[in-house]
Design a protein around this ligand. Structure first.
Ligand SMILES: Nc1nc2c(ncn2[C@@H]2O[C@H](COP(=O)(O)OP(=O)(O)OP(=O)(O)O)[C@@H](O)[C@H]2O)c(=O)[nH]1
Ligand SMILES: [Mg+2]
Length: 582
């Protein structure tokens, strides 16, 4: 029986090599490597699969399929008395029997037969069956084959079409072995010799050399392999299988076949490693840019917070002096000599507004408006900076494309940068500073109105504050006076005055606090919001970078593991040979 062509160690190497090349193929897919590199690797993997390709050709009914079944020791190919095999069948090893239709003229058949671990066998339609398929066989399989087995039948050896086909095969300079099948049909050994001589003479005339000739009986060989040892010797398979094994096991042949894809794999790995680090460098720059943006945003937020606090102190000072003037006003007003004036509540309020409030509303309005203007202008500058940054990154990308590393990664990156840039650009172009500032001031006003629980209506920000103060003043003054007149008499006026002043102070201080608190809250919300909006707009970009970086780092790790494994595998294939460093 056909001994295994690969020894156990080579078998193990082959398995490892397949696995390793598969890993590299997967890495290429993950990285989305250039098609030519993928094709080069695929070809070399295919080559490994083609490790020992046996192509069986011959006229229809010669018993090619039967011969393959005998070789394999199981019925893997269909036999029949009429033209049976209608397409090229590539038989290869598989854990289960299966048939995959590659295309109309080619099927891939797997079977769990041991011999198929080392060789693939190509079963072809009869040479006289369909002319077009001859072309396919010669063009596709003969050049890749290690041995061409030419099967002719003992009962009609060497027909015209077989002759014509053999001539074509010769052009490829392939080793052709002649098999005379069905010798069980011949009755005596002398008949076998006669057929053999006839075939040998014809072959010599045709090929100019004497190829090996094996008279066999596929039928008997299969019988033997399926449990009838007495059929083995007359089947003639023993010398044939020995010949196949020794031919394929030519020293160095296995090594060469095993080493070949490793060279391709190393080259591809190296190129891929370079490409990966280039992309990582590009992403590193992206990250640098985003870090810049983030730093800038933080500075911006700090600046704003500081500035808001400063301007708030200003506003505070205005309110404090209002409070002080309020005190003076009470000292001045709640006096015995002014009782008549005090009786007129609206007059008191009017006086309070004139002497105490004065232009405080305008001052407050102005300061808040300034703050809003400033905030808006800084926000716009931020957006402009982002737009510039992104334009830079976009240019970087263009340079890279010119440099040659194209692919999905760059397409995705461009798309995302473009989208983010367009969005930022849109914000900048449609930025209406006046409206934004107005909006900001309105928000502040509403916040203050809510805090002051003033039914603000059409009142301005400053008015809200001062109306609250003057109403309080009028109320207090009125109440103080009423109690003075009604019950106690003039002599306790100073005590009453003090109480009114305290209440007044408390009221104004309350207003001040609420105002200050509301403005603070409102403006820090605006600052937060502005930063958030910018961060949100560039979020797709940073998400992309993070994901790609993770992926590329994965590929990078995988590639160096593959690289190390390739080196180790090479050492196992040629353990004694000195190797020049790559
Ligand atoms: N007596 C005898 N018959 C055989 C032997 N091998 C094959 N046959 C018979 O020959 C016929 C053709 O066998 P196949 O294996 O289908 O021949 P093929 O060359 O594959 O034919 P196509 O696929 O049609 O090109 C079948 O009836 C087989 O049983 C053999 O060694 N001895
Ligand atoms: Mg057949």
């Amino acid at each position: 029986m056909l001994t295994k062509i690969l020894d156990a160690a080579q078998d193990e190497i082959l398995k490892d090599e397949r696995r390793l090349l598969g890993r590299l193929q997967a890495a290429l897919v993950t990285f989305d490597a250039a098609p030519d590199q993928r094709a080069a690797l695929d070809r070399s993997v295919e080559q490994l699969d083609e490790l020992f390709l046996l192509v069986i050709v011959g006229e229809f009914n010669a018993g090619k399929s039967a011969f393959i079944n005998a070789l394999v020791g199981a019925t893997v190919a269909q036999e029949g008395v009429t033209p049976t095999t209608a397409q090229i069948n590539v038989l290869q090893h598989g854990e289960t029997a299966s048939r995959t239709i590659t295309d109309r003229a080619r099927h891939v058949v797997t079977a769990p037969a041991d011999i198929l671990r080392d060789i693939r066998i190509v079963d072809t339609p009869g040479t006289n069956a369909i002319i077009r398929d001859h072309e396919a066989i010669t063009a596709e399989f003969v050049p890749r084959s290690d041995i061409v087995l030419f099967v002719t039948s003992a009962d009609r050896p060497f027909t015209e079409t077989e002759r014509a086909f053999l001539e074509r095969i010769r052009e490829w300079g392939k080793k052709v072995v002649l098999v005379i099948n069905k010798i069980d049909l011949l009755t005596t050994p002398a008949d076998v010799d006669e057929v053999r001589t006839f075939v040998a003479d014809n072959a010599r005339a045709l090929l100019g050399s004497s190829p090996e000739i094996f008279p066999v009986s596929a039928r008997l060989a299969l019988k033997a392999k399926q449990g009838d040892p007495s059929s083995w010797a007359p089947s003639g398979f023993e010398p044939l299988e020995r010949f196949i094994a020794s031919t394929l096991d030519t020293p160095g042949r296995v090594q060469l076949k095993l080493l070949n894809p490793l060279g391709v794999a190393s080259a591809v790995t190296g190129r891929l490693q370079t490409a990966v680090s280039q992309r990582l460098a590009l992403l590193q720059d992206d990250v640098g840019m985003l870090d810049d943006v983030e730093r800038q945003l933080e500075v911006y937020e700090q600046d704003l917070t500081r500035d808001v606090n400063l301007r708030m102190t200003d506003i505070d000072a205005v309110l404090m002096s209002l409070e002080r003037r309020g005190q003076d006003f009470f000292d001045e007003t709640i006096r015995i000599g002014r009782v008549v004036d005090l009786l007129n509540r609206s007059r008191v309020q009017q006086a309070f507004e004139q002497q105490v409030v004065g232009d405080v509303p305008e001052q407050i309005e102005r300061k808040v408006a300034e703050l809003a203007d400033w905030l808006v202008s800084v926000d716009l500058r931020q957006w402009q900076a982002i737009t510039r940054h992104l334009a830079d990154r976009h240019r970087q990308h263009q340079d890279r494309i010119v440099g040659g590393d194209a692919g999905q990664f760059h397409d995705d990156r461009t798309r995302i940068i473009d989208a983010v840039r367009r969005e930022a650009q849109r914000v900048v172009e449609s930025y209406d500073s006046r409206r934004e500032a107005q909006q900001l001031a309105d928000n502040a006003r509403n916040a203050v109105a809510a805090a002051a629980a003033a039914g603000a209506g059409a009142l301005g920000l400053g008015a809200i504050v001062t109306v609250a103060a003057s109403t309080a003043a009028a109320d207090i003054t009125g109440i103080a006076l009423a109690s003075v007149l009604a019950a106690v008499g003039f002599f306790i006026l100073p005590a009453r005055r003090k109480r009114a002043k305290d209440e007044m102070r408390a009221k104004i201080a309350g207003v001040r606090e609420r105002l200050s608190e509301a403005l603070h809250r409102q403006f820090s919300r605006e600052i937060q919001h502005s930063g958030d909006r910018i961060r949100e707009s560039i979020a797709p970009y940073s998400r992309f970078i993070r994901a790609e970086r993770d992926k590329l780092h994965g590929v990078e790790r995988e590639l160096s593991a593959i690289d190390a494994a390739l080196t180790a595998l090479r050492a196992r294939i040629e353990p004694t040979t000195e190797r020049a460093p790559r």
